[in-house]
Design a protein around this ligand. Sequence first.
Ligand code: NAD
Length: 483
Amino acid sequence: MKIAVAKGDGIGPEIMEAVLSIFNANKVPLEYEFVDMGKWVFDKGFNNGMTPEAKQTIEALGLLFKGPMETPKGKGVKSINVTARKTWNTYANKRDFQTLHGVDTVFSKAGIPIDITVVRENIEDTYGGIEHMLTHDVALSRRFITRPGSMQVIRYAFEMARQKNAKRITCGHKANIMKITDGLFLECFHEVAKEYPELKADDIIVDDLCMKLVTRPDLFDVVVLTNLQGDIVSDLCAGLVGGLGFAPSANIGDHISIFEAVHGTAPDIAGKNIANPTALLLSGLAMLRHLGLTENAGLIENALLYTLENGIHTGDFGDKSIPAVNTTQFAEAIINNFGKKPQSGGREIIPNKPGTPTPLKLEYNSMMVSKEGEAETIVGVDLFIESDEQPTAIAEKCQRHAGVKFKLVNISNRGTQVWPTGSVYTNLVNQYNVRFESIEDYPLNQQDVIGLYVSMSGNFKICSFELLNMWGDKKAYSLAQGQ
Ligand code: NAD
């Protein structure tokens, strides 16, 4: 089996060399095709940080093992790591957090074992980066949560939990506040859960999740979250097991998957052969398991655990009374410990399965368009306008534009209703949402809405607008606070 390897920038080449030396010593049956990606490729003028040949190779092989990469600052180019994840639709970011003996944490000292897998949606949410200044004072970020995108990552999480023999799978969310976006993600979670009756599926509000993770991490097994919440929670979990140096990361897609360490290029120690290769090695082991190379992964991981247990460490962690080894010596120590079992029991050695490049590929996991079950009707519109006037003055002007089809029902500012009722204590910014609805169920179409838009634009700068849709008798929009 052949995979693409990008060594990365800074400490990347050193830690990649260390990891591949361990793989080679263990006779891991993989061939490596090295591809050109990273800072020096940006510097050569390739705006996405990879050469066309690199892109072609990765797409042909379906698997990229990468070191950390630097995105040049101030050149207007996007992060190569984010570009790679989005371009190839690696929709699930999977990170395993396990107690490592030899890596002291408050939990290891208290004898509380940790074995948590966080699955984070990797494409959507605010990471679409679709942002606008609506007025000089008001910025807007669009947060997309889609049904197919949520189903894809949640299905992956359940499937992975089944393979891990997990007992519990938990959805972290904020659906109490973001009823429509996080509500949709949560709805998808409970829908998929019905197909996995052997798993205890529950949900928890993300702030409560954070509190419980730092007090009782042993109660959690698999946790699935939307992108931003998952980003924060996964680094919190990295802290529980000793920091980013011990946190592997897999970006899983249906066709292409990317395995990488989550730490950066560590420019302060690059070229000194002192970096810790553990995170990249753990990501490499996750990749071997993904490829069905479970025996190699188990043998190498036991040697790593044995090495850590014996106090062998690079300069960034471990018992300071034991002298640190360098990157090469750390890799050699692991190689010398092949066949040894850590006292902690170690990992089970499962014979390699015949390799398929993407063993977790799900047949039904393509992006699908949901069928619309109920009739959709337009019942109104939210117009987001710029104004520094008071709500009553705005209402008076808006009512003049309502015509025979619309009525002004509500004006809100930063999501809080300020007209027809409100409080003088609500602070206002220069951007309002004026909500018009149809008069007595008058059926509306898009031309009606555009007509209102044109009329209103005589008085106001309209920053953006959203249709108010009903699906059957269900509102497909939120109410303002206090409405
Ligand atoms: P960093 O992770 O590179 O470094 C933070 C600190 O941790 C430094 O003191 C560093 O020496 C230490 N450190 C990191 N990895 C280590 C290791 N394996 N062994 C020992 N010590 C280690 O974070 P940063 O300084 O914020 O970022 C540096 C560069 O890396 C930036 O250009 C950034 O864009 C890039 N970066 C890339 C990735 C990626 O490729 N996935 C992720 C994060 C940052």
